[in-house]
Every structure is written in C-alpha cells, then in structure tokens.
Design a protein around this ligand. Structure first.
Ligand SMILES: C=CC1=C(C)c2cc3[nH]c(cc4nc(cc5[nH]c(cc1n2)c(C)c5CCC(=O)O)C(CCC(=O)O)=C4C)c(C)c3C=C
Ligand SMILES: [Fe+2]
Ligand SMILES: [Fe+2]
Length: 365
C-alpha cells in the first residue's frame, strides 16, 4: 500500500474542526466526452452495481459506455447553467452558506468544504486539503437524507479508502441519515405550503424519491423504510388526508425490478383516472439536478399531460433556502458536541431553539 503525502507531525498544533459536505457528483461538461469517465467511475462502484465484476465489466464497456454518454449528455445540456451543473452549483452554495451561518454562531472556527463522490473535487483531494489546513477532527455529512448503501454507504467507503492511506488520519464522525430531522421536514413542508399559497392546491401531491434495486430492501438496506418515514412526516406536517398524497420511486436504471410504485407510470395512471392536477416534490434530493429538473420537471410532466392530465407543478428542492441552511446547521451542530469550545449548554440551547422553530412550523417529531 502507498501512503498519501502528509506533513511531519508537530506537538501542540491546534487542531481545527472541519465539516465535509459530500454529494454524488456530476460530469464536468454536458458532453459525451465528459459523461464517459463520470459514468464509468459511477457505474464501476460495487456499491452501485452489485453484479459480479466479470459479468458486469463487458456489459458496462461494450454496451452502456458506448451508448449512454451521448444520450445523457443531451439531457444534461438541457439543464446546464452558465455556472455549470446545477448539482455542483447548489452544493457549492450550500457549503458557502453553511460556513457563513455556522461562523456567526460558533466561537470555534469551523472549516466547511464540499466534495463529490464521483468526479471532482474528489473526497480524497478535499480531505487532504482540509487535513493540510489543520483539521484534526472531521465531520462527514453526505447530502442524502435517507441512507442507502449505494449513496451514503459509498461515501463512507470513499472516506475509508482515503484514511486507510494516512499515517495520521483525522478523528472522524459520520452522519448516516437525517430523514426524520424536524428541520429537514419543516423545510419540505414550508416549500410545499409556499407553492400552494402562490398556485393553489393540487388533486394529489406526489413525493418522488430516487429508486434503488428491489433486492436491496430484502437484503437489509433501510432506504425504503426511511423514504416511507420522511413521506409520512411530511404528509402529517401538511395535515394531508391519506388520499391527498402518494409516495413513488423514480430514476430506474437497467431491467431489474426497482422499488415500486414507479413515478412516471403512476403519474400516467393518475391522469387516465381523471386526476387533473398533480404537484411533485422530490424529498430525497437536497439540490436540483438532472433527476429533478429533467426527469421530473420535463419528462414526467410531458408524460402526465400526454396521458390526459391537466396541470403539473414541480416543487423545487431545498437548494439555498434559508430554512434549509438553518436545518443543515442544526444537523451539523447536533454531531459536534465535545468538539467545539462553546459551553455545551449554549449548543443545547441553539439546538432546542431551532427544534422549537421547526415544530412551530408544523414538522412532527
Ligand atoms: C438520492 C440518492 C441517490 C441514490 C440512492 C442513487 C442510486 C442510484 N443511481 C443510479 C444510477 C444513476 N444515477 C444518476 C444520477 C443521479 N443519481 C442521484 C442520486 C442517487 N442515486 C443524483 C443526485 C443524480 C443526478 C446527478 C447530476 O449530475 O445531476 C445517473 C447519471 C445520469 C444518467 O446517465 O442517468 C445514473 C447512471 C443507480 C444504478 C443507483 C442505485 C443502485
Ligand atoms: Fe442515481
Ligand atoms: Fe435518471
């Protein structure tokens, strides 16, 4: 094994606390040339594709990487912004806003940075950068509210792959999930309420989560249950009757069965049954990206209207919403006890205050 470069150890160096936000990653450009290495890295991850390598390698290289890059590039081109991929832009802004918010509320200087599981900036690069800046303590916060082995689990792997190559790794804490955090639920509820205040109510609210293969549920992945709990808490905090909302799963990849019901066929069936207006929210995504802006706001909308639906509204992700940044800070501070200089009572008071705010906004516990 080759070690990564590290500075010589010095006694008495002040250790700083770092918060590392990690998102999925995105291609560097909306072109087939940029899609190919991105998809290759993503789809070579054994957490994402669980087929034996000997079988998967030829499928990936002979079929998927020869066709998908071009098709996906066209979709990315339709959502690309002058500043780059929406997922990257929102993640960068979330890191900057979180740093500002925490900086005003903690006496301990915190380093906040972000990394991408696939593509750049990589987890290794950012982790080494934070270590070089003096972070002896590091909180890893994957930007996925619900834990799935293929998303959050894979982030943990990548962090482990880096620290096993360090002689002097930082102290580490991992946030596994926050699918039922009152601040997160309140942010979702508030964004729905604001949308309804401006545009009226739909016949049905669809909560669409990213799917995963069905067999992962039977093998112990908690993702399905965590999505159900998020959806139930959101429906409760909006005071919705059981027939006013529905949970679905989107973004199926390949031919195997994934978690059901699937988003697009559900929307088409609803349209055929005479449901005139649907609003769709994607609670598993904290930043708008290809899967929300293209797959839902364009593809699913087109399918719903073509099947006879009248009106389709997409409700955006939390992105840079101030209540979301506050919730993100609350999630972070909840895991930093003992690592900050502040009196524990001050942190507890801040956490309680933000919990009270969330509950006042209607998020159930
Ligand atoms: C919300 C968490 C996510 C889980 C769980 C997840 C599982 C998963 N995804 C694929 C395959 C693809 N996903 C793609 C895009 C994509 N996926 C997520 C999130 C989760 N994926 C996001 C946020 C995005 C958007 C990225 C962006 O740049 O905007 C893609 C790439 C695009 C494409 O070619 O379709 C693939 C491929 C699998 C197989 C999987 C679980 C097994
Ligand atoms: Fe995905
Ligand atoms: Fe997709």
């Amino acid at each position: 094994m080759r070690y990564l470069p590290e500075p010589p150890f010095r006694h008495g160096t002040v250790s700083r606390v770092g918060v590392l936000l990690v998102n999925l990653g995105t291609p560097a450009a909306p072109t087939s040339e940029a899609l190919r290495p991105y998809l290759q890295q993503f789809l070579s991850d054994p957490r994402v594709i669980e087929i034996p390598r000997l079988l998967w390698w030829p499928i990936l290289h002979l079929f998927i990487l020869t066709t998908r890059p071009r098709k996906s590039a066209q979709k990315y081109a339709s959502i690309w912004t002058p500043e780059g991929s929406p997922l990257l832009v929102h993640t960068q802004r979330q890191a900057t806003l979180l740093k500002g918010y925490l900086g005003e509320r903690t006496r301990t200087p915190l380093l906040v940075d972000y990394a991408m599981r696939y593509g750049v900036p990589s987890i290794e690069t950012t982790l080494l950068k934070m270590k070089a800046a003096g972070c002896g303590r590091l909180l890893i916060l994957p930007l996925y509210p619900q834990y799935a082995a293929s998303s959050t689990g894979s982030v943990f792997d990548a962090v482990a792959d880096t620290i096993k190559r360090l002689r002097n790794p930082p102290e580490l804490r991992f946030i596994k999930h926050f699918h039922d955090h009152p601040g997160y639920i309140a942010t979702l509820a508030e964004s729905v309420r604001a949308h309804w205040a401006a545009h009226g109510r739909p016949d049905r609210l669809i909560m669409s989560f990213h799917g995963v293969p069905r067999f992962t549920l039977d093998k112990g992945d908690p993702y399905h249950c965590e999505c159900q709990k998020t959806a139930r808490l959101l429906a409760e905090s909006l005071g919705l009757a059981p027939d006013a909302w529905q949970l679905t799963f989107q973004s199926r990849f390949g031919r195997a069965e994934w978690l059901t019901p699937y988003t697009q066929p559900t929307l088409e069936a609803l349209a055929r049954q005479g449901v005139g207006r649907v609003d769709v929210i994607c609670p598993g995504f904290l930043a708008d990206c290809l899967e929300t802006l293209e797959e839902i706001a364009v593809e699913a909308k087109t399918a719903f209207l073509a099947a006879g639906g009248r009106e389709f509204h997409y409700i955006p992700c939390p992105n840079e919403r101030p209540d979301w940044i506050r919730a993100l800070a609350d999630i972070t501070l909840g895991q930093l006890s003992g690592w900050l200089d502040e009196a524990p009572q001050a942190l507890a008071r801040e956490a309680q205050a933000s919990r009270t705010r969330a509950l006042a906004l209607g998020a159930a516990d």
